[in-house]
Write a protein that binds this ligand. Sequence first.
Ligand SMILES: O=C(O)CCC(=O)C(=O)O
Ligand SMILES: [Mn+2]
Length: 203
Amino acid sequence: MARMSHGLPTDWLNETAQRELLAAIYAIISEAPLYTPHMPRTGLPMSVKMTNCGPLGWYTDQAEGYRYIRQHPLTQQPWPAMPEAFQALWWRMTDYPDPPEACLINYYGPNSRMGLHRDADESARSAPVVSLSLGDTALFRIGGPKRTDPTNSFRLNSGTLIALDGESRHWHHGVDRIYPRSSPLLPGGGRFNLTLRRVNPPN
Ligand SMILES: O=C(O)CCC(=O)C(=O)O
Ligand SMILES: [Mn+2]
């Protein structure tokens, strides 16, 4: 099963710490605005808006599909640097020896969801994916290696960290819904999710 931060002291990421992370997200978005990603082949827009920080950023469009790129697709600028406070989440959750190379920032509005998928665009196959929820609660679902495996659902509320590592690193997962107005953290409501990823294996 994915490891959750529930074993940590409940105030390990208190409201002040969450607000500091949120301020860092807004600073990143002012440089690297949220964009709407599009599915490969169909070109359908995703309901989640995205941006990234760190040397690499996850992106998808109709023409080239899922991949990591070095520049923001609209500004053509390198992604903003990954704040120390984001990297600290990685070191808290994993013993993996190398730092994350990408932090995908997902923004969910009241009607956003993310279909069941596996994170499979990283060649560092044994590195974990560390994920933080901020703002409105999400209903998260996780299954197994096969799309048809049975799934478990649980709520991720603001300040919850999970690590997909070991077997769960390659399990299907997704977000079925957001609970609007369940958190006062974001001024306009909604949810941010940070996922920290190692893309390339260490040298
Ligand atoms: O928002 C979440 O909790 C999950 C995000 C996710 O699975 C992804 O970005 O690949
Ligand atoms: Mn994922």
